[in-house]
Design a protein around this ligand. Structure first.
Ligand code: GLA
Length: 367
């Protein structure tokens, strides 16, 4: 990353504007991004808004409509791991920009979000990207979306300290309404894929999980161990034959998920282009995440089971897993809500939230 540029205190003060960035749902391609594989996510119609006001004193003040505490920090004091709570996301973006050589003036940042937190819908990437897009334009940096993806990724992996891949950052910057985004994580090239599939419904299981609690990092380390055992740089380059012949136990299961999931992503993109059904691919992805990658949970499995029984055109858990949301294709939200709510009540689980969504546009300025 080499953004360059220098914005001094003379950059001026006053309201710069408001930037909006959506959350995302991954249609297919889970835990493939950090293995340099493929994914096909889309942006949803829930978003983070960040209002940016320039300051000239290298101070930062952050407010959130969802939090009671205002956070104040000096740009010169920002250090990885040095901030706790929600403000480590906006402050992480500023740290990443300054680390890349940009000198910033200072900001007041007002945040408001409709993306549920910890639900696997990428509330963190929406917040990171809204700050990055806003600061970039407010300060006249013109870094470009690919550089902003890197800034956000640095903020989340180094400043916040969660070893995520680039799935969320790439899609929230590049998404187009009505389209999925086929991402190749080796080249970071993208391709817009029209999504001509029926209603898209999200079921939030109300089971909360954060990618920084260790389980995500363990999966990532297992994938790296499997790649090393096979003598390939990443599982992107592992063949199904080598995985089955040369691995066993946990590493076999993890690598089998990644290699088969990559194939499912490419086949999904092909079928969408040909107007063909993708239901079996979505269900197979869920089974692979449940049985081979072991990142599902009973609530997510129940949603997929109920959706299948109702005749959905595919359903699967989305995001890092261990809770969060499932995507259901081809059912109306009301019918699904009634059935899933009944199933959860029968188990005495907290009630789920069910809402229709649609493939939406990526980062934009709204005021
Ligand atoms: C989380 C991470 C992503 C990706 C998914 C799993 O959402 O932020 O980088 O690894 O999990 O596909």
């Amino acid at each position: 990353m080499n953004p360059g540029g220098d914005v001094g205190p003379s950059a001026g003060t006053g309201l710069a504007g408001t930037w909006r960035v959506p959350g995302r749902v991954n249609l297919i391609g889970e835990h493939t991004d950090y293995n340099n594989g493929f994914a096909l996510p889309f942006a949803i119609d829930r978003h983070s808004d960040v209002r940016v006001v320039l300051r000239s004193d290298r101070q930062v003040r952050c407010w959130s409509a969802q939090e009671s505490r205002q956070v104040v920090a000096a740009l010169d004091d920002l250090r990885p791991g040095g901030v706790v709570g929600w403000a480590r996301y906006p402050l992480g973006v500023l740290w990443a920009l300054e680390t890349a050589g940009v000198r910033l003036p200072g900001f007041d940042l007002w945040v408001d979000s409709t993306v549920p937190v910890g639900a696997g819908l990428s509330s963190s990437a929406a917040l990171l990207a809204a700050v990055a897009a806003g600061v970039d334009e407010a300060c006249g940096l013109a870094l470009g979306r690919d550089t902003l993806v890197e800034v956000c990724h640095q903020a989340e992996t180094v400043f916040v300290g969660v070893p995520v891949g680039r799935l969320d950052q790439v899609v929230v910057f590049h998404a187009r309404a009505g389209h999925g985004l086929l991402i190749d994580f080796e080249s970071l090239s993208t391709e817009q894929v029209p999504l001509g599939i029926g209603p898209l419904v999200v079921v939030d299981t109300a089971v909360r999980h954060h990618n920084d609690d260790g389980a995500y990092a363990i999966r990532r380390a297992e994938c790296e161990a499997a790649a090393a055992a096979l003598g390939v740089p990443t599982l992107r380059h592992a063949t199904a034959v080598a995985v089955n012949d040369r691995l066993d136990g946990v590493l076999l299961r993890r690598a089998r998920h990644v290699t088969t999931e990559n194939q499912r992503v490419l086949e999904t993109a092909r079928r969408l282009g040909a107007g063909e059904d993708i239901a079996d691919l979505l269900y197979a992805s869920h089974r692979s995440l449940r049985d081979d990658f072991e990142v599902s949970c009973p609530q997510l499995d129940a949603v997929v089971g109920v959706a299948c029984a109702l005749g959905a055109r595919g359903a699967r858990m989305v995001g890092g897993g261990f809770g969060g949301c499932a995507l259901v294709v081809g059912l109306e939200a009301d019918a699904l809500r009634a059935a899933v709510t009944r199933a959860f009540a029968a188990h005495d689980w907290s009630p789920p939230t069910v809402f229709a969504t649609r493939a939406s546009a990526g980062a934009s300025r709204v005021a």
